[in-house]
Design a protein around this ligand. Sequence first.
Ligand code: ZN
Length: 183
Amino acid sequence: MSILKVARLGHPVLRAKARPVTPDEIKSPAFQALVDDMFETMAEYSGIGLAGPQVHQGLRVFVAGVRESDTISPMSDDAEMPLVTIVNPEITVVDDARDEAWEGCLSIPDIRGLVQRPVTIKVRALDRHGRRIEIAASGLPARVIQHETDHLDGVLFFDRMKSLETLAFMDEFRRYWSKDDEA
Ligand code: ZN
């Protein structure tokens, strides 16, 4: 396994639409190695999600999740999310409920912003073995899944902000916006 280089804001790969992964491709050693490397890269940089385009791969795949013991603030106060690999996701918004929460992105280091998104979604996708899965998610997992799926369409969380007024560097976020005074 190895840690991959993460594309940062301004790299065109982050704005390109990624292509679906074929069933044969999913089973290939190269794709399996990519998924392993994405998990390792996400952990190395303390991310909660990482999409193909963020590691220079124009493929519709992302990994997401945290171990229960990990601190995932400031994206959320308390939620936990299992480790998942999602391939070729299709999101359905379940109802009109929306909420706002802080998001960050490994491709936009040290910046946070408030983003409004649907609270509850359903996702149809393939897992890392090519099996069909359907996930119902709400709260933080739903937010992460939407953020990562956006990456597959070249969309960044800035694009989803109703106003850029809450954009903040991490130091200022902690000083002025964080509910708790944790580091
Ligand atoms: Zn991101």
